[in-house]
Write a protein that binds this ligand. Structure first.
Ligand code: NAP
Length: 246
């Protein structure tokens, strides 16, 4: 159980992030539901947590902005006095073939998916080191392990998240802070809803378990990494992908 723990989940207004926020709250944590643009949806997540007897707050912050992340994390520490769990889930795609990819699409994806995770870890890890405890969980992707045509920016960002996870795990381990990554395969959210039906069918056919996953499957892995049972696990990448990347 996560009773009394303070958890920050970035990009928790929708999809996988909202499922993680709901799950961590169900397990007893007070959850700070971060969002960028979807304020109403973030408030709905907070309300759902509260209607289930949990505790939550919402906080707007664009994770790609270093200065705003400093203020966001400082505010959490000022309000709650600690941060026990940080889930770096916020992420975007800007798909396109490498040779035609605008520079802006490369930068935007790297800034959000990779630098965003660095930004929050940069400020939250100081507090976790002081506490001599903490759990950092970063959302990678099987695409960061396997690559994917049309996603050079996204694959680079997610491979970067895996490197960041391992470096941070080594830096923070001596003070009882663990850092792990989850690499989801294809999960049913707004991000994959936009894929053409034909692509969904051919993708599902390549997944040994034969179907897309649900956000709750990823949330279960996050809840495990956040739990006391995972205290001896750090620097790992857990694929939640129906067997896709093995
Ligand atoms: P989603 O449904 O598109 O939701 C993305 C979330 O990220 C939203 O809550 C969004 O917030 C937030 N976000 C985007 N840019 C942000 C920023 N600059 N600052 C703060 N929050 C920001 O995506 P998802 O499918 O749940 O994906 C969640 C994570 O899992 C991402 O890192 C994604 O790369 C990864 N992933 C997903 C899949 C999949 O199949 N779905 C597979 C592998 C990995 P607002 O709406 O408030 O802007």
């Amino acid at each position: 159980m996560l009773t009394g723990k303070i958890a920050v989940v970035t990009g928790a207004s929708r999809g996988i992030g909202s499922a993680i926020a709901l799950r961590l709250a169900k397990d007893g944590a007070t959850v700070i539901v971060n969002y960028n643009g979807s304020e109403e949806k973030a408030l709905e997540v907070k309300q759902e947590i509260e209607s289930q007897g949990g505790s939550a707050a919402v906080s707007q912050c664009d994770v790609s902005d270093f200065g705003k992340c400093e203020a966001f994390i400082a505010d959490v520490i000022k309000t709650y006095g600690r941060i026990d769990i940080l889930v770096n889930n916020a992420g975007i795609t800007r798909d396109g073939l490498l040779m035609k990819m605008p520079e802006e699409d490369f930068d935007k994806v790297l800034d959000t998916n990779l630098k965003g995770a660095f930004n929050t870890i940069r400020f939250a890890s100081r507090q976790m080191l002081r506490q001599k405890s903490g759990r950092i969980i970063n959302m990678a992707s099987v695409v960061g392990v396997m690559g994917n045509a049309g996603q050079a920016n996204y694959a680079a960002s997610k491979a970067g998240v895996i490197g960041l996870t391992k470096a941070a795990a080594r830096e923070l381990a001596s003070r009882g802070v663990t850092v792990n990554a989850i690499a989801p395969g294809f999960i049913e959210t707004d991000m994959t809803k936009v894929l053409p039906e034909k692509v969904k069918e051919t993708t599902a056919a390549q997944i040994p378990l034969g179907k897309f996953g649900q956000a709750e499957h990823v949330a279960a892995a996050a809840a495990f990494f956040a739990s006391d049972e995972a205290e001896y696990i750090t620097g790992q990448v857990l694929c939640v992908d129906g067997g896709m990347a093995m």
